[in-house]
Design a protein around this ligand. Structure first.
Ligand SMILES: [Fe+2]
Length: 383
């Protein structure tokens, strides 16, 4: 990310910053990679360490199924009927030691605050609108937004209406791809988006309030409850490079060519051992004999996950909106029968999908077999 500042900060870091009554604001340096990664400095009304109670709630990691037959998988997530706030509504489908992913049908506001102390979160807004109140300020969200919330950020999600989310809980930092940035961190001309397309918090509201406030924290695979003796969103100002941010998929400028372009042109973000790509509406290849549908391919050492957002996905049959497919490493995958021929001569696609490629094998959450299309592996047999 790049430098931003909101609210009031003192002229110089680590110097006295006083309230009107002469007492000090509390300075917090929040950074990654042990003071060598990106960081921000925040100024609080109260000490961010002022916790009156710390309790263990329990494990939050999903239970995974035993590794079975190597096969392509298809999960019809709409059939998973769990709703609630943006934490309790989460249904995990896949994961490994680098990330967890799944979907959430968010119907209610969080009546507590939350932070993920295990890594960054990416909330892709499939539909709905609302806001995310964070210690760095408030972000409004709408359809197509990728909301990225850094590790340790206290926040809560307040939907205006039913909000469908595809989420990634990463165990590392989620960033823009390094190859899109120059040595100073600026996004380069070949990047499919630039800084103007990235939104930060829009307003900073600071609550100078004592009381009891619940903050649920994920850390080390466990869920904890910390009771704060003050309002957790008590920041009067901050500056730096670490903060929640948003990129809307409509602002992704697709890279197209005369012949089929490889998946890396769709890359949007990256984390440790995974990438996130956006397949957006775009013009098809323009070589007179081009085949717009992809070729069969073996992504030999990555597992490929697609989350289908909308439009008719050109190379697949039988997938729905909100479907999740997993094409594991080690075996090839590609277009369904008839879709290669059907793509020839087409001028454009209206498909919208989010792809997550992981460089280490994914495990499937046990409960996901309850909403699995078990015949998917055999859907390439021509009938
Ligand atoms: Fe693929």
């Amino acid at each position: 990310m790049f430098y931003r500042k909101m609210g009031e900060v003192p002229h110089k870091r680590h110097t006295m910053f006083k309230k009107e009554d002469g007492t000090l604001y509390r300075e917090q340096v929040m950074g990654t990679k042990g003071f060598s990664g990106t960081q921000s400095i925040l100024y609080h009304h109260y000490m961010p360490t002022e916790v009156s109670k710390a309790e263990l709630i329990g494990n939050y990691l999903p239970e995974f199924e035993e590794t079975g037959t190597l096969r392509h998988r298809h999960f019809l997530t709409p059939e998973a009927e769990k709703t609630g706030d943006a934490l309790e509504a989460r249904v995990y489908t896949l994961g490994n030691d680098d990330l967890l992913m799944g979907t959430a049908k968010v119907t209610t506001s969080m009546d507590f605050y939350y932070r993920n102390g295990d890594g960054d979160e990416m909330l892709f807004i499939h539909s709905g609108s609302g806001k995310v109140e964070t210690m760095f300020g408030t972000i409004t969200y709408r359809k197509g937004d990728y909301v990225v919330i850094p590790i340790g950020t206290i926040f809560r999600v307040i939907p205006d209406n039913h909000t469908d989310i595809f989420f990634v809980e990463s165990f590392s930092q989620i960033t823009t791809p390094k190859r899109y940035r120059n040595e100073y961190g600026q996004l380069l001309e070949h990047s499919p988006f630039c800084e103007r397309d990235i939104r930060g918090p829009e307003t900073l509201e600071s609550f100078d309030e004592k009381g009891e406030f619940e903050v649920i924290t994920k850390s080390r695979g466990l869920l904890h409850r910390h009771t704060f003796a003050h309002h957790p969103l008590d920041v009067v100002g901050w500056d730096g490079y670490l903060y929640p941010w948003v990129f809307n998929v409509e602002d992704f400028e697709p890279i197209t060519g005369r012949i089929h372009q490889p998946p890396p042109v769709h890359q949007t973000f990256e984390g440790n051992n995974f990438v996130v790509c956006s397949f957006v509406p775009r013009l098809f290849d323009y070589h007179p004999e081009s085949i717009p549908a992809p070729y069969y391919h073996s992504n030999v050492n990555s597992d490929e996950v697609l989350y289908y957002v909308e439009g008719n996905f050109m190379s697949r049959k039988g997938v729905n909106e909100k479907s999740i497919t997993l094409h594991p490493s080690g075996i090839p995958h590609g277009p369904h029968p008839g879709t290669t021929e059907a793509s020839i001569g087409k001028k454009e696609t209206l498909e919208l999908a989010v792809m997550v490629d992981t460089f280490r094998p994914l495990k499937i959450v046990k409960a996901a077999c309850g909403y699995e299309d078990k015949d998917y592996m055999y859907s390439w047999i021509e009938k």
